[in-house]
Design a protein around this ligand. Structure first.
Ligand code: MG
Length: 159
């Protein structure tokens, strides 16, 4: 059976934080604030995977009240989720994502992000898509206050 899952996340941009998207650090004067490394793109992917598998959400699995996840590398969290999915008999077929961010432009980093995520997911880079758009100056993204990400994952369930 084929199942799909949806993920969404947003994080605030703050000075003195690193900007990490899909496990790749992007040079910028601001980064994303959060309990973990605040990798908004990886968090959206985790929720998409959990959604497709019917396994809840990232907040249930990795509560931000838990000191173990302070400044956590989100790719490590993704690896944990993937291990759980595989143990439950799921295979990830593809992941598609959109990052919604005013600045900096993602284009120059897209290939590296894609490769990093594909490696983390055990997929060919062709099965992990990363799209980018801006907030067109509107809302919290447009004002440069934060970054949002959307993801959809397709899973094959064991019969
Ligand atoms: Mg998050």
């Amino acid at each position: 059976m084929i199942l799909t899952g949806l993920g969404y996340d947003s994080h605030r941009l703050s000075a003195g934080r690193r900007l990490i998207l899909g496990g790749v650090e992007i040079p910028h004067e601001q980064g994303l604030d959060g309990h973990s490394d605040a990798d908004v793109l990886t968090h959206a992917i985790i929720d998409a995977l959990l959604g497709g598998a019917g396994m809840g959400d990232i907040g249930e699995l990795f509560p931000d009240s838990d000191e173990r996840y302070r400044d956590a590398d989100s790719l490590v969290l993704l690896a944990t989720v993937l291990t759980n999915l595989i143990a439950a008999g799921f295979t990830v077929l593809n992941v598609d994502t959109t990052v919604i961010m005013e600045r900096p432009k993602l284009g120059a980093h897209r290939g590296e992000i894609r490769a990093r995520l594909a490696r983390a997911l055990g997929l060919d880079a062709a099965r992990v898509n990363v799209k980018a758009t801006t907030g067109e100056g509107i809302g919290f993204v447009g004002r440069g206050e934060g970054v949002a990400a959307l993801a959809i994952a397709t899973l094959q369930a064991a019969d």
